[in-house]
Design a protein around this ligand. Sequence first.
Ligand code: F6R
Length: 610
Amino acid sequence: MCGIVGYIGDEEATGIIVEGLRRLEYRGYDSAGVAVVRDGKTTIRRAVGKLKNLDKVLLEQPVHGTLGIGHTRWATHGRPSEQNAHPHEVDGITVVHNGIIENYLQLRQNLVEQGRTFKSETDTEIMAHLVAVETNKGTDLITAVKKALAQVRGAYAFLIQSEKEPDKLITAKNASPIVIGYGEGRNYVASDIPALLEHTRKFCFLKDGQMAVITREGVKITTEDGEPVEAAIRVVDWSPVMAEKGGHKHFMHKEIFEQPSAIADTIRGRVRMEDAQVHLDGMSLGDVTKLNRLIIAACGTSYHAGLVGKFMIEGIARIPVEVDLAGEFRYRSPVIDEATGVLAISQSGETADTLAAIKEAKTLGATVFAVCNVIESSIARECMESGGVMYTHAGPEIGVASTKAFTTQLVALYLLAVYLGRARGTLEKARAQELLTHLREVPQQIERVLSQEAALITIARRYHKARDFLYLGRGPNYPIALEGALKLKEISYIHAEGYSAGEMKHGPIALIDEHLPTVGIATQGPFYEKTVSNLEEVKARDGKLIIIATEGDSKIAATADDVVLVPANDPLIDPILTVVPMQLIAYHIADLNGTDVDQPRNLAKSVTVE
Ligand code: F6R
C-alpha cells in the first residue's frame, strides 16, 4: 500500500515529508518521491528502491520550499520505475495517489484524444491531467479538483498541489485512508498516523466522499460536492509502534481486520456487471478454449488457496485442475503439454519451490501464469513473458502467518474461474451475474464475521491450553480445515491436524476423547448433512466441538459446544468466510499463550531456499 505525506507551513517541507515517509516504510514500497513548490515552480525528486536512494538524490540535488507532497509507491498500474514513481506533475499540478482508478483506460483514451501525452504508465497521472485541463482554462484549483473527481471511479486517496496556488494542499478520499494532522501555523496530511506522530497528536480521519483544503492557517472539510463537514478531531496517544499497527496489538490482527478492504481492492476494476465479464489486467492467456488441463503449484497457505481454487475452476469453468505442492511438482516428472496451463499462487512471489516449479513447467512447454501479491517479484516476472500475472491487491502482508493474502487469493481464483467459464462458454451470463453479485457481498459479510471477535476470544480462552486440535471440513471447506490447522500450528505451536470430515472414520477418530477440541465447518450447502453426521461421531466420543455454521442454522447448537455463525453465500464463496473465524481463533490462542505472533519461531515470511 502506498504511503502519502504532505506538509504546508513555514519550515522546510522536504525533511518533514521524507521523515514521514520513513515512518511508513513498514508498509513496503518499491520507489519514492517528493515534490516541493517554491516561487511558483515545482521541483520533483524521485528514486526507485529504498528511501536511502531518494535521500542520495536529495543530497546531490536538494530542493527547498515550505509546501510539498511525498509518496512511497507499491506498484499497481505500471512497473516500479523512476518514471512511474509519484509525484506526477502536469502543467504545474502535482499529484500523489494511493488506490486504483477503475475507469483509467477510458479516461486515458479521452485525454489522448484531446492531444495529451503521458510520461508514465500510472493511473495517477490521469488525475494530474484532469485537474490541469480545468486549471488551464482559468478554473481555480478547488473547483478543478472537484470536476476531476466527478470523472474518476475507484479507490483513491489523492493529495494535490498547484504552483499557481501555493497556499493550499487539497486531499480527497474514497476507500483509501487519509488523515489530516493539525499544527500551529502549519498542517499535515498522511495516509497513516505514524507519519505524523512526531509533529502532532491531533488528527482528523477523512471519510469516503470527503475532501479537504489544507492551508497554513486551517483545514476546511467538505463533501466532494462542496457541502461543509464538521471536522471530528481526535487526540491520539498511540506510541509509534502502536501506530504502525494502526492501534492493533499485532500486524496479524491488523491484517485480519484489513480483509474487507483488501478483498474490495482485489475485486475493484475487474468486474463488468452489464455483460458479466471479468477483466484480467496483466493476463494474456490466449485462446483458453484450447486449455484442456490446469495444474496449480503453490506452497503452504497458498497451496490451500489452490485446493479451494480447484473447486472453483472445475465447478465454474469445467476445466480439470490438479493441485501440486510446488516442492514436489518438478520431482515427479509431470506430464505437461502445450494445452496445459500451470498456475503459480504466491503471496511473496519469491518462494523458491514455486519459482522452480513454474520454470520447470515453462521448459516443458506449458503456459505459466500467477496469482501473486508482490508486483515485479521473481514469480511475477517469470510469468509475464508467458500467461501473465493477476495481482491480489492485499497490500503488504507483514505478519508471517498469511491471512489477507489468502482470502484475496481466493477472490482472485474465483474471478479467474468466472473469466474462464465465460470465455469457454461454460457459464451463462445470468449465472455469472449472480456469482459476481455474491462475490461483491463478501467484504461486508466478513465485517459481520469480524464483529463476533468477543465470542471467538471466549472460545480461545476455553481451549488455549489444549495439546492437540482437530479441524474437519468437506468439499471446498476441506482446504479450510487444513488452513485452520496450519494457522494454529504456526503461531501457537499447538499440534493440529486438518482432515476431510468424511475421512476421519478411517483413522483420526481414534484420537478423539474429552481432551481433544475439534473445529468443524458445517455450513449450508451440498455437504451439510454429511458433515453434521461426521461431527456427531466426534460428539458421541465426548470430543469438544466448535462448529462454524451458517446464520439461521438453529439445529446445529444441539451438536456443538460452541457455534460460530457466518453469513450465507454461494458454496464456492463460503470458504472465504469460514476461514476468518479460524484465523481469529488461532490468533487469540497464540496471544493468550504469549507466543511471538508476528514472527513465530523458525519461520520466515518468504522462503527463498528449496
Ligand atoms: C503460512 C504461510 C506460508 C506461505 C508459504 C508460501 O501462514 O504464510 O505457508 O503461504 O510459505 O508463501 P508464498 O505465498 O509467499 O509463496
